[in-house]
Design a protein around this ligand. Structure first.
Ligand code: FAD
Ligand code: SIN
Length: 518
């Protein structure tokens, strides 16, 4: 018999959404917090720009709401956006209570700005906001005796029956044993799916696991066509997934062609500070028109000391590749960065399956619409983690735990064909980059769909025959998520926000979410 764990709450994922959910839950509840990798590994740790909130007396909630909805191109839910924006100052406070010290100037927050914001409202810790948030939240979690951390435990599938969730099957990567976590409540906080693309700013953890598991478990999945491409990732053969924060543009950095010519004013009057969909498409268009491998971001007009105090991580990383950003423009390209769609979740982070919640990038809470505004994601994580925990804290969790069968591994054998996994993994990411990228067409989307359906069948067969492994779990989720992105993209017969289809260049008068249910 394999190991069974019984807890009140299972939280899958230890990014800012998962850690904050754990901290906000009542101390009376027993909580299992699992991470498929090292606890700190995940997008949250690498966040640079910051957390948006109205913290300046010249700014106001209405303006933050308006900017968020306008960046979302008609698909953001106004009441949910209002809820998030009004909770933002409290979210900053909650982060400070766990030990985060935001950068100050003259005893006030040093607020920066990014694309789409009409005021300076991004609180940050230099350019390592995520690192500070994650290390402080984790320290706070470790002080709690009701929380048990499971590192290198990867969730395989949710335990669902009759529209209820009772926990998850989880692979212990150290023992290769599948263990059952039987719980009253399950919170999915597994982050996004940008690893579905060949080039991404995200760490390896972003394989869409939560979205794929929830879809298999019966959840509604919303707006998956809106993958956000960050305009500026470092372009260098040895730089894997390194972001050059939009905050550089917030502080005046210019995008230029190799000959030094600026181009953003041709695309939008906000130029470098237009929302990301516009900037990424402009760069893509310039690169394709001129056949360039990259464009450049120039902040060399600022002096070295200023740059090193505001952007120490970026300056150091670029220097490690021989680029002195106080002298040289930085070579940059767009890369997949953020999954705006996800598991349908209400204002308490509840999904359509009982006892199952979704928080953070994995969720579609309705705040980002067709394009997320910069620095609204960490905010979403904190605000909805609190909302989710409050909802669970108010309930009586004394009901009986259900019994589930142990994982059955009796009919599978050890694979001698591991190359299948690596090959298909690579193929999916290339298909998505080439056929489902910044600019789409019907033909490319349908080609992607055909090949992904074949890959899904191959993966399903492999999954039935061979012993489970972490790579196989991720491959299975990656192909499912890629299919959800393509299905959603095909069903949207217009261009809106991050989804641009050259066969339907117009935006429809009627703004509608894409909802897929199993
Ligand atoms: P993540 O932080 O990605 O955490 C996911 C967790 O789930 C990880 O612990 C992972 O191990 C775990 N997990 C995944 N699958 C499984 C599984 N099957 N079983 C068990 N565990 C699993 N947003 C902002 O608002 N401001 C910024 O400045 C900013 N900068 C960014 C910079 C970079 C480089 C990147 C990549 C993103 C940035 N973003 C920023 C976006 C933001 O960081 C993310 O959207 C946010 O951190 C997501 O948090 P999360 O908790 O939902 O997921
Ligand atoms: C950045 O610093 O450019 C990333 C901010 C974000 O994704 O919100």
């Amino acid at each position: 018999m394999s190991t069974q764990h019984h807890f009140d709450v299972l939280i899958i994922g230890t990014g800012s959404a998962g850690l904050m959910s754990a901290l906000q839950l009542s101390d009376d509840l027993s909580i299992a917090l699992i991470a498929k990798d090292k606890v700190l590994e995940g997008s949250s740790y690498y966040a640079q720009g910051g957390v948006s909130a109205v913290l300046d007396s010249n700014d106001d909630f209405e303006s933050h709401i308006k900017d968020t909805l306008s960046t979302g191109n008609g698909l953001g839910n106004e009441s949910t956006v209002r809820f998030m924006v009004e909770q933002a100052p409290a979210a900053i406070k909650a982060l400070e209570e766990s030990g985060v010290v935001f950068t100050q100037k003259d005893n006030q927050y040093h607020l920066t700005t990014e694309g789409g914001h009409s005021h300076r409202r991004v609180a940050h810790v230099a350019d390592k906001t995520g690192q500070s948030i994650q290390t402080n939240l984790l320290d706070s979690v470790k002080e709690k005796t009701n929380i048990t951390l499971f590192e290198n435990f990867i969730a395989i599938d949710l335990l669902t029956k009759d529209q209820h969730c009772y926990g998850a099957y989880v692979l212990n990567k150290a023992t290769n044993e599948v263990e059952s976590f039987i719980t009253h409540k399950t919170i999915v906080a597994t982050g996004g799916a940008s690893k579905a693309y060949l080039y991404t700013s995200n760490p390896d953890t972003s394989t869409g696991d939560g979205i794929a598991m929830a879809y298999r478990g019966g959840c509604h999945i919303v707006n998956m066509e809106f993958t956000q491409f960050h305009p500026t990732c470092l372009y260098h053969p040895h730089a894997k997934s390194f972001l050059i924060s939009e905050a550089l543009r917030g502080e005046g950095a210019k995008l230029i062609l190799p000959n030094g010519e600026q181009f953003m004013h041709k695309y939008d009057q906000r130029a470098e500070l237009a929302p990301r969909d516009i900037v990424a498409r402009a760069i893509d268009s310039e690169m394709k028109t001129h056949g360039f491998d990259c464009v450049y971001l120039d902040i060399s007009f600022k002096d070295k000391d200023w740059i090193e105090s505001h952007f120490p991580t970026i300056a150091k990383k670029c220097a490690s590749f021989g680029i002195d950003i106080s002298q040289d423009p930085i070579p940059v390209v767009p890369a997949a960065h953020y999954t705006c769609g996800g598991i349908q979740a209400d204002i308490h982070a509840q999904s359509n399956i009982d006892n199952l919640y979704a928080v953070g990038e994995v969720a579609h809470a309705g705040v980002h619409g067709a394009n997320r505004m910069a620095s609204n994601s960490l905010l979403e994580c904190v605000v909805f983690a609190k909302a989710c925990a409050n909802h669970i804290n108010q309930q009586d969790l004394k009901s009986q735990h259900l019994n589930f069968d142990d994982w059955d591994a009796s009919r599978v054998s050890l694979s001698k064909e591991k190359v299948m996994v690596t090959h298909l993994w690579d193929e999916i990411r290339r298909i998505m980059w080439n056929f489902v990228g910044i600019v789409r067409s019907n033909k490319r989307l349908h080609s992607a769909q055909m090949r992904l359906t074949q890959i899904q069948n191959e993966v399903d067969e492999y999954y039935r025959l061979y012993l489970i492994s972490s790579d196989l779990i991720e491959l299975r989720n990656l192909v499912s998520t890629a299919q959800l992105i393509v299905r959603s993209a095909i069903s949207r017969t217009e261009s809106r926000g991050l989804h641009y289809n050259e066969d339907y260049p117009q935006t429809s008068d009627k703004a509608k979410d894409t909802i897929i249910d199993s």
